[in-house]
Design a protein around this ligand. Structure first.
Ligand code: SAM
Ligand code: DTB
Ligand code: SF4
Length: 358
């Protein structure tokens, strides 16, 4: 086992990121093999349970109501639809379902109760359940934990400095506060970010400082390549080179040795060879299924071919941590508090985002 360090500096991380590639790959692969089975990859399926119409201004996101994007918005999915999709994902070899909602934050009320029921339903199918619902309070985190939630995804997205260039409707500290609320429960933390938004390498290192100095470190870290969507302020961004993804994955593996590192959005642009190098560098998780939340992802047959080619096996559920118990609503001592929390509304403006407004 590698000793976990929670005091990485930006300079140290930058030095690792910029090492000659063969040295970087060799170091990352050694750490990977010490801490994980290198032939096992965790497979998660995304389910957009509430699509579009989000009040936030995240410059990368097609679901922000203010941008002119070509997505089909939907109200909250029914519990039976979710159960059917989860069952299908399970039969395709997925061990985790990650439910995403285009919300700024969770509001107590009937929709949250419905999400809690979705969590109970999927946990009873013996799959790991993850949610990404925006900001949550401590009481909401506890209620999700009681329903049987395994992981909560809440990305830091970039360095604290670059975050202000991407989002003006909330602050980096709000993200850290939600992660802290999740940490007050036994739900695991999934938090990562996006590369290719115009940030520099220092910002990538800054994001890894923020993630690696969390104590405990997140159990999973998704690394997304920006999917540049027409109608969003980042529509003109060029797809990042696979070499940048490989360096980012390897560096993440070195500073977060025990974490599941997820090769997330952007795989449709990556060759099998490129993805193989990402797995060698320490990636050990992917999203499967032909759709992420709103954008395409390689279809299951392409991924099966890739797994077959590389001799990879999908990870079974609950190998890293035991399955949480589901407590039914009637048995719970926790109640809806009908809270009206005041999350930050930072004052800065992002001109690029303003000019893309409807
Ligand atoms: N609304 C919730 C939130 O923001 O936390 C949950 C859903 S949000 C779509 C989840 C994550 O998807 C974002 O934090 C971002 O990292 C990622 N994401 C969104 N759009 C993306 C894009 N175009 N390319 C890559 N990643 C993207
Ligand atoms: C994460 O880090 N990436 C996923 C998941 N967590 C929620 C989302 C990727 C979204 C890509 C753009 C889309 O499909 O809308
Ligand atoms: Fe809303 Fe999440 Fe998209 Fe930001 S990333 S606009 S919060 S759905």
């Amino acid at each position: 086992m590698n000793k976990i360090r929670n005091n990485w500096t930006r300079e140290e991380i930058l030095k690792i990121y910029n090492e000659p590639l063969m040295d970087l790959l060799y170091k990352a692969a050694q750490i990977h093999r010490k801490n994980h089975d290198p032939n096992t990859v965790q497979v998660s399926t995304l389910l957009s349970i509430k699509t579009g119409g989000c009040p936030e201004d995240c410059s990368y996101c097609p679901q922000a109501a203010r941008y002119h994007t070509d997505i089909e918005g939907n109200d909250l999915m029914s519990i039976s639809q979710v159960a059917e999709q989860a069952q299908r994902a399970k039969s395709m070899g997925s061990s985790r379902v990650c439910m995403g909602a285009a919300w700024r934050n969770v509001k107590d009320g009937p929709e949250f109760e419905q999400v809690l029921e979705m969590v109970r339903t999927i946990n009873k199918l013996d799959m790991e359940v993850c949610c990404t619902l925006g900001m949550i309070t401590e009481n909401q985190a506890k209620r999700l934990a009681e329903a049987g939630l395994y992981a909560y995804n809440h990305n830091l997205d970039s360095s604290e400095e670059y975050y202000k260039e991407v989002i003006s409707t909330r602050a980096f500290q709000d993200r850290l506060d939600t992660i802290e609320n999740v940490r007050k429960t036994n739900v695991t933390v999934c938090s990562g970010g996006i590369i290719g938004m115009g940030e520099d390498v220092e910002d990538r290192a800054g994001m890894l400082v923020a993630l690696s100095t969390l104590n405990p470190q997140p159990e999973s870290v998704p690394i997304n390549a920006l999917v540049a969507i027409e109608g969003t302020p980042l529509q003109e961004q060029k797809t990042i080179s696979i070499w940048e993804m490989i360096r980012m994955i390897a560096t993440t593996r070195i500073v977060l040795p025990l974490t599941q590192v997820r090769l997330s959005a952007g795989r449709t642009e990556m060759s099998h060879e490129g993805q193989a190098l990402c797995f060698f560098a320490g990636a050990n998780s992917i999203f499967s299924g032909d759709k992420l939340l709103t954008t395409p992802n390689p279809d299951i047959h392409q991924d099966l071919e890739l797994f077959d080619l590389l001799g990879l096996k999908p990870q079974k559920p609950f190998v890293k941590k035991a399955q949480p118990k589901t407590i039914e609503k009637e048995e719970s001592n926790l109640k809806s508090l009908d809270e009206k929390p005041r999350w930050t509304r930072p004052k800065h403006k992002i001109e690029r985002n303003e000019s893309m407004r409807k």
